[in-house]
Design a binder for this molecule. Structure first.
Ligand SMILES: Cc1cc2nc3c(=O)[nH]c(=O)nc-3n(C[C@H](O)[C@H](O)[C@H](O)COP(=O)(O)OP(=O)(O)OC[C@H]3O[C@@H](n4cnc5c(N)ncnc54)[C@H](O)[C@@H]3O)c2cc1C
Length: 338
């Protein structure tokens, strides 16, 4: 699918990218975000949604997932879409503009703001070779709707927030829920762990600590069970299963950005104080950038996003000032002066 040409296309829906989307809207530029993940928020959503952040200006403390929600709400004042599940693999030059290319779509754009953080996130896959043929059929690492698993015997692999959240949410929806983890230490919100453990004590969720996937049992083309290995006792156990949900965290890959003719040092894009990358119309912001004195923080990412977007807008429309003026005076927010 080829999308309509936009003034600004932002790679990455982390905090820097989300704030860039808001800023582009505030300047009156058409804009969109393209992100590899199935939901916005970058590292905050993928790695630490339940952790408090204490150094974002104006918030004495804020849960990472709440900060993301606020950033989305702020950006939604304007109509720039966020395209998820779209990993950008190429930046191409078209007649009069650029185009970002993903595995399925093409996003023509006049300027680009790369806010790709530490790279495109993808769910970590089960390391056992026996699992690979079942991805997309009975093994799913991107899940969103509990009802999809109604009446199924579900096995969740992992010991973090996502594993416990889904074990909790699927209780009473799935026919059975088992949670398999290689250790007895969990990296999940204490209240959710307690809820799942209480369900296990009452005969609900089955929890297998110090276990991992060993083999898969099938009947025809249906997955019907798993062989689990006790990594301490070196014994195996068979359990019934229709569906496996690996919740093993994420791996990130900066790969595609390396070949776009930008100056990249240690997987970071070198930018100047205007957030220019050296390629006309291509700017960068957030963790993906480097310059003397760089701090990889949400606060600096916000500032860099506003610089990048204002520069991109001025480059595109030279008659428009770089400085946006004060938002407290802008007509776009219903204020009198513009
Ligand atoms: C556990 C933890 C705790 C932290 N605590 C704090 C804290 O207290 N305070 C603080 O200031 N910072 C903290 N940080 C750091 C902070 O999260 C980062 O500085 C911030 O997320 C960077 O934002 P970003 O938007 O630049 O990139 P990211 O959040 O990394 O987002 C980048 C996005 O770009 C997408 N992307 C990348 N490449 C592509 C591609 N090719 N195609 C499509 N999409 C792509 C990714 O999928 C991702 O969604 C913490 C980090 C961690 C891991």
């Amino acid at each position: 699918m080829t999308h309509e040409v936009q003034d600004v296309t932002i790679i990455g829906a982390g905090p820097a990218g989300l704030f860039a989307l808001f800023y582009a809207g505030m300047r009156g530029a058409s804009a969109q975000i393209v992100d590899a993940l199935n939901e916005p928020g970058g590292q905050l959503t993928a790695l630490y949604p339940e952790k408090n952040i204490f150094d974002v200006a104006g918030f004495p403390k804020v849960l990472a997932k709440d900060l993301v929600r606020n950033l989305i709400t702020q950006a939604e004042q304007f109509s720039g879409p966020i395209h998820c599940n779209q990993r950008v693999v190429a930046l191409e030059q078209e007649e009069g503009h650029l185009a970002l290319v993903t595995e399925t779509d093409r996003f023509p754009t006049r300027t680009v703001v790369i806010a790709a953080g530490i790279g495109a996130f993808a769910p970590r896959r089960l390391p056992q070779a026996c699992a690979e043929p079942w991805y997309g059929r009975a093994i799913f690492d991107r899940v969103s709707t509990p009802a999809d698993f109604a009446g199924k015997r579900v096995v969740i692999v992992g010991g973090g927030d996502s594993a416990f959240d889904w074990a909790h949410q699927l209780q009473g929806v799935a026919a059975s829920v088992a949670l398999v983890h290689r250790s007895d230490r969990f990296r999940a919100h204490a209240a959710t762990v307690q809820a799942v453990q209480a369900s296990a004590a009452a005969g609900g969720t089955a929890i297998y600590t110090f276990h991992e996937l060993h083999d898969i049992h099938a009947s025809g083309d249906q997955l019907v069970g798993l062989e689990l290995k006790d990594i301490k006792a070196k014994t195996t156990t068979r359990i019934d299963a229709d569906v496996v949900l690996p919740m093993l965290g994420f791996v990130s890959d900066i790969g595609p950005l390396m070949s776009w003719g930008l100056t990249v040092v240690n997987d970071e894009i070198v930018v100047n104080s205007q957030m220019e990358t050296g390629r006309a119309g291509v700017y960068a912001a957030g963790d993906v950038t480097t310059y003397p004195g760089k701090l990889k923080l949400i606060a600096t990412g916000f500032a860099e996003a506003s610089v990048a977007v204002n520069q991109a807008y001025h480059w595109l429309y030279p008659e428009k000032k770089v400085s946006p003026g004060h938002s407290s005076n802008l007509a776009v927010f219903g204020q009198k002066d513009d």
